[in-house]
Design a protein around this ligand. Structure first.
Ligand code: ATP
Length: 429
């Protein structure tokens, strides 16, 4: 992980948030390459979940909702984590992040991981929603929350979507947007942060067909990760036992990834939420949130962009000797192609390489590099996951061909410049 974090910073994928002011815990900023990688992840998710399908539409709701939304959803009452505080050093932890022991005389106790003090304090509920205020007064009537998930924005627009489009159950509404959670403990790089983008789908189905659709989305989501290069040994579907899921859930599964810092753990949640959300919002809003006189059940795949990005980075990270090759799927790589002149001080080569660069630029995402020697440039591109490098050499000037080097095999082939657009379009299909 340390190597990945340092690579991410060095090459402009991810920087610590507010770094010049000493940092802000639980926030990270995406650099130029990270921004493109995240866009590519979101693009692939949207393509797979919305645009390639006929039964899912998109939505972009506001981050701030009417405070009653969070009453109805149950977040005000129960979007909490059990928090314990060390009586000596006052470090705070989420209960499940420390080991609680039992002793016949002492009863239940836990040892502070920071100062090793023995504590017997009981946990208290800590609400993870960030609070803010509407307008210029700060009385309790103006209190709002930054959304901790995008899903509620979908439920409160259910009727709008049904009434303004031609959807019929089964259908889904998808949304990508920021969520905020005031996590007690953050950490493991992008894994647990306080502000993150989420990709969420609420798929509405007829009651009785929910289990079938739950199975369907579990497989669909697993296959999406596999199709983008996650190794099948590193990811699995786990059905959570009844005692670990919310009382209203009719079944929750998770995709678990084999994280370097903890072994298998949650990458994505895929819940069967029954009719809980629509029923709650009907009750609190007084609006009848039904379709054809029944309340649909909902299947909800929900994943963080950053957590998905971390899985893709970890899975792609490999070392060949002392250098790094980031074997990202070409659909995710920030740059698909890099173009170089073989040497930088030969104007003929540079001009020709520039022509190739400009010719490819409208076709795909292309990098230019003319620094250092050719070997170093290959390695620099390998490190950021660029799948192909195009080199313009002396032979290019004579026969209008270039070499194309493949990142993963290091094999090179000669391709005619006029064929390059179809060559890469084929590879990127
Ligand atoms: P946990 O139990 O680990 O706190 P959760 O069960 O509350 O997580 P969900 O509400 O299911 O998480 O969130 C859906 C998805 O959003 C998660 O699978 C994860 O990909 C992402 N996610 C949730 N919390 C965070 C966070 N603090 N930082 C980054 N991603 C997150």
């Amino acid at each position: 992980m340390e190597k990945i974090v340092s690579l991410c910073k060095r090459r402009g994928f991810v920087y610590p948030g507010s770094e010049i002011y000493g940092g802000l815990n639980g926030t990270w900023d995406l650099g130029p390459l990270g921004t493109t990688l995240a866009r590519n992840i979101k693009h692939e998710w949207w393509k797979n979940t919305v645009s390639n399908r006929e039964d899912v539409v998109g939505l972009n709701s506001s981050i701030l909702h009417h405070p009653k939304v969070w009453d109805a959803s149950g977040h005000i009452a129960s979007f909490t984590d059990p928090l314990i505080e060390c009586k000596k050093c006052h470090h705070r932890y989420r209960l499940d992040f420390v080991t609680v022991r039992f002793d016949k005389e002492k009863g239940k106790y836990w040892i502070c991981p920071a100062c090793f003090e023995e504590n017997t304090s009981e946990p208290r509920d800590f609400n993870l929603m960030f609070r803010t205020h509407l307008g210029s007064t700060e009385d309790s009537g103006t209190e709002l929350y930054l959304r901790p998930e995008t899903a509620q924005g979908i439920f409160i627009n259910f009727l709008n979507v049904v009434n303004s489009t031609r959807v019929t159950v089964p259908f889904g509404i998808a949304q990508i947007g920021k969520g905020f959670r005031n996590e007690i403990t953050t950490g493991n790089f992008l894994f647990r942060v306080r502000e993150f983008e989420m990709m969420e789908l609420e798929f509405f189905v007829e009651p009785g067909t929910d289990e079938k659709w739950h199975e369907y989305w579990k497989n669909e989501r697993l296959n999406w990760f596999l199709s983008l290069g996650i190794s099948k040994d590193h990811i699995k579907i786990v059905d959570l036992p009844k005692e670990d899921i919310a009382h209203y859930s009719r079944g929750t599964a998770e995709l678990w990834y084999d994280w370097p810092f903890m072994g298998f753990g949650e990458l994505e949640g895929i819940a069967n939420r029954g009719d809980y959300d629509l029923t709650q919002h009907s009750k609190y809003s007084g609006k009848n949130l039904v379709f054809d006189d029944y309340t649909p059940y909902v299947i909800e795949p929900s994943v963080g962009v950053g957590r998905a990005m971390l899985a893709f980075l970890v899975d792609a990270y490999s070392e060949v000797g002392d250098r790094v090759v980031l074997k990202l799927h070409s659909k995710l790589s920030p740059y698909k192609v890099a173009v170089f002149p073989l040497v930088a001080n030969k104007p003929d080569l540079v001009t020709k390489a520039e022509t190739v660069y400009r010719y490819l630029k409208p076709v795909t995402s292309v990098a230019w590099d003319d620094r250092g020697n050719i070997g170093k440039r290959y390695y620099a591109q390998d490190e950021i996951g660029t799948p192909w490098c195009v080199t313009v050499d002396y032979r290019s000037l004579a026969d209008d061909t270039v070499t194309v080097r493949d990142r993963d095999t290091a094999k090179q082939e000669r391709v005619n410049v006029s064929q390059l657009d179809t060559y890469f379009s084929q590879k990127l299909k």
